[in-house]
Design a protein around this ligand. Structure first.
Ligand code: ADP
Ligand code: MG
Length: 681
């Protein structure tokens, strides 16, 4: 067995189970070695019965002190009491009759689970049990792994134990003297410890070492990909004859001063002979598209093509339309490249990109993956960048350009990135900020309500529609799976059609629809034919229909704050007062205070900071947003290490590849999208 051994050949896994592991993104023994626990149960920190508080999850060392009773019909149960010298607990198991023999009076066990205070005293239902045997020490810390259907903690744990010896062969990316200086474990010790710690201290040590390594690798990867850009030549454009002024005059509004400033910064970057690498950051609705259009206009007037990337097909279609409206009168031709095209249409379009008949090509990331050939690509724009993932963006810059001449790059993001992080992630990107909304925007009033209010919300939606406005309803998120999202949207729309809104044209949008179908629905909604758009989160980013003034978000508790802010950003785009209703029956405690933040502020920056605090940068930038894993260990708690890691990576990078071969190798793997620790290419 080595890192590359397919999981199905690992002892204890086999073919059927290997498919379950694949669902978790694990294919090889090496993947499993770096599949870290999600959390831990500190079972060694056992409590006394009298000290437990209601609802607490803890472990108790108890002796069975009553005979076991059993009974039940369809659902079988067994019950008994067990206690220590401070009290007793009623314990129940369902459908596990074989346990009858296990719990004989006088035997001692360690129980782990939630203790609740019921009518008959303290109780535990189906806790985890381990017998306390003389001379055998129980483990103090039990790792808890992410699971998927078909896998149990036991299976994953034992599979991990079977591959763990491989960690002996893991290479450190940092040399020993540096590890010593920063008090880091070697990677093999850290990996062993993170899977099998004996204390909280072990967990902390292992996590710190692995997180630090991750941050260093990440930083180095960014540096490598940026060196590629900054050492290359840019395309020097000029203002001569570009007539930018006439473009501005053609807009139906005048630019905000923030937009004006950003346009100036961008265009002057494009006149330099080094490639632009600029981030345009602005809250939802701040008018990033117009700024981008100015850049596209400028490139086209200089004789260069632009590639405009959007995260979803819907958004790509919308951008293509907007750009066409703004630019076609200047003879600038827009092409839309999406998965919805027939093979023939695609070939025709690719041909016109190649021969320069199209000036701006808008599309999803199919744009990078496909073998698109440009006649003269001068500008690459990426919209809503947090959905793409940081490294994916870096790869994009590598594409395009002739020889070492690289196109200018503009990244647009609606997610304000807290300063600590932006320093690290965007280290040497230039930043333009749209810190001002177009005039006349009103705060979107936001309410958090329970489902008993749904009827009232529907009545409110009805009256808005009567006034000529439109509404979004984000339907419950069942599971992140396309089939179930389809069912959820269809079911919801159907219920509305049969119930409150039988006389109203309702449209529906979900991930299972073809690009053509989605486009048709969006067009109907933009035109105002569709009054209510029932949708999954596919409308989350960028969709712009100013006449929509209400958004109802079902199961609001399922969404992250930044996502809710994006969703809410679909309304409040026109002159009419808009409203956002967060519906949740699970808004208690922490969830409530999280959702309340939405009611209190419309400020994307505050929301993003709160979001980051709660989720950590792994989720913030990573997997869930973009399908790309950035950090597996590092989290918000490790932010204090960022500065340190950044400084060190600067030093190491300057030292060069010959001095730190492992670090550079790993960073390159990371940068090329092969970031799963040990999946060796
Ligand atoms: P975002 O930054 O979220 O991408 P958009 O570019 O979609 O924002 O712009 C949001 C809305 O604001 C659009 O309807 C756009 O036409 C309008 N808009 C953009 N700039 C201005 C401006 N300077 N004055 C008035 N409306 C504007
Ligand atoms: Mg936008």
């Amino acid at each position: 067995m080595d890192f590359k051994t397919p999981l199905q050949y690992v002892k204890g896994i086999g073919e059927a189970r290997s498919k379950c592991f694949a669902k978790l993104g694990l294919y090889t023994a090496g993947d499993l070695v770096s599949f870290y626990p999600r959390t831990y149960q500190y079972r060694g920190e056992n409590k006394k019965v009298s000290d437990v508080i209601d609802g607490e999850v803890c472990s108790l060392l108890l002796t069975v002190d009553s005979p076991v009773k059993s009974g039940g019909g369809k659902v079988q149960y067994i019950k008994f009491t067990a206690g220590d010298d401070t009290g007793t607990v009623n314990i129940t198991f369902f459908n596990q009759k074989w346990l009858l023999k296990v719990f004989s009076q006088g035997r001692a066990f360690r129980f782990y689970g939630k203790v609740t205070f019921g009518f008959y005293g303290k109780e535990m239902v189906s806790p985890e049990v381990e017998p306390v045997l003389h001379g055998k020490k129980l483990k103090d810390v039990i790792p808890v792994y992410p699971l998927t259907k078909g896998l149990t903690q036991k299976t994953v744990c034992s599979a991990v134990n079977n591959v763990l010896p491989l960690s002996e062969d893991m290479q450190d990316v940092l040399p020993e003297d540096i590890r010593k200086k920063y008090a880091l474990l070697s990677v093999k010790d850290a990996v062993k410890l993170i899977h099998a710690p004996n204390s909280r201290d072990d967990v902390a040590k292992a996590r710190r070492s692995l997180a630090f390594e991750e941050l260093i690798v990440f930083q180095t990867a960014l540096r490598i990909s940026r060196r590629g850009v900054s050492s290359s030549k840019g395309i020097k454009m000029t203002f001569k004859n570009s007539g930018v002024k006439s473009f501005f005059e053609s807009l139906p509004y005048s630019l905000t001063s923030a937009q004006e400033r950003s346009v100036k910064e961008i265009l002057s970057d494009m006149c330099k002979d080094t490639p632009m690498t600029r981030l345009l950051q602005g809250d939802v609705g701040s008018g990033k598209t117009a700024v981008a259009a100015a850049a596209v206009y400028f490139a086209a007037k200089n004789g260069y093509q632009s590639a405009f990337m959007a995260p979803t097909e819907i958004l790509a279609a919308q951008h293509a339309k907007t750009l066409d409206k703004m630019l076609s009168s200047f003879g600038i031709r827009v092409g839309l490249l999406t998965g919805g095209l027939t093979k023939k249409q695609k070939t025709v379009l690719q041909e016109s990109i190649k021969n320069g008949a199209v000036d701006v090509i808008v599309g999803t990331n199919a744009l990078i993956q496909d073998a698109v050939e440009y006649q003269a690509l001068g500008l690459v724009i990426t919209d809503e960048q947090h959905r793409f993932g940081v490294m994916q963006r870096a790869r994009l810059t590598e594409k395009g350009g002739i020889g070492d001449i690289k196109p200018h790059m503009l990244v647009m993001s609606a997610t304000p990135i807290p300063r600590t992080l932006s320093l690290i992630v965007y280290g040497d990107l230039d930043i333009s900020v749209l810190d001002e909304l177009p005039p006349g925007r009103q705060k979107v009033d936001t309410y958090l309500v329970g489902s008993e209010m749904r009827e009232r919300v529907f009545r409110m939606i009805r009256s808005r529609i009567d006034e000529g406005n439109q509404a979004y309803i984000i339907c419950p998120l069942v599971e992140e799976n396309e089939e179930s999202s389809k069912q959820s949207a269809e079911g919801y729309a159907e219920a509305l059609r049969r119930g409150n809104f039988s006389d109203i044209n309702i449209g529906m949008l979900h991930g299972r629809m073809s690009p053509v179908e989605k486009d048709e629905v969006m067009r109907g909604f933009s035109k105002g034919d569709i009054k209510i758009l029932v949708s999954t989160t596919v409308v989350e980013v960028g969709v712009d229909v100013p006449n929509a003034t209400v958004i109802l978000i079902e199961n609001a508790e399922c969404f992250g704050l930044s996502q809710l802010h994006q969703l809410r950003g679909r309304v409040g785009r026109g002159k009419d007062k808009s409203m956002c209703v967060l519906l949740s029956d699970h808004a208690h405690g922490k969830t409530e205070s999280r959702l309340k933040i939405m009611c209190e502020t419309n400020d994307g920056f505050k929301i993003a900071s709160a979001d980051l605090e709660q989720r950590g940068p792994g989720d913030f930038f990573g997997e869930k947003q973009s399908g790309e894993l950035v950090f597996r260990v590092a989290s918000a708690a490790d932010m204090n290490m960022l500065e340190e890691a950044k400084k060190l990576s600067e030093e190491l990078f300057a030292g060069g590849q010959a001095k730190y071969p492992e670090l550079f190798a790993k960073a390159k793997g990371f940068a090329s999208g092969n970031e799963r620790g040990n999946k060796i290419s």
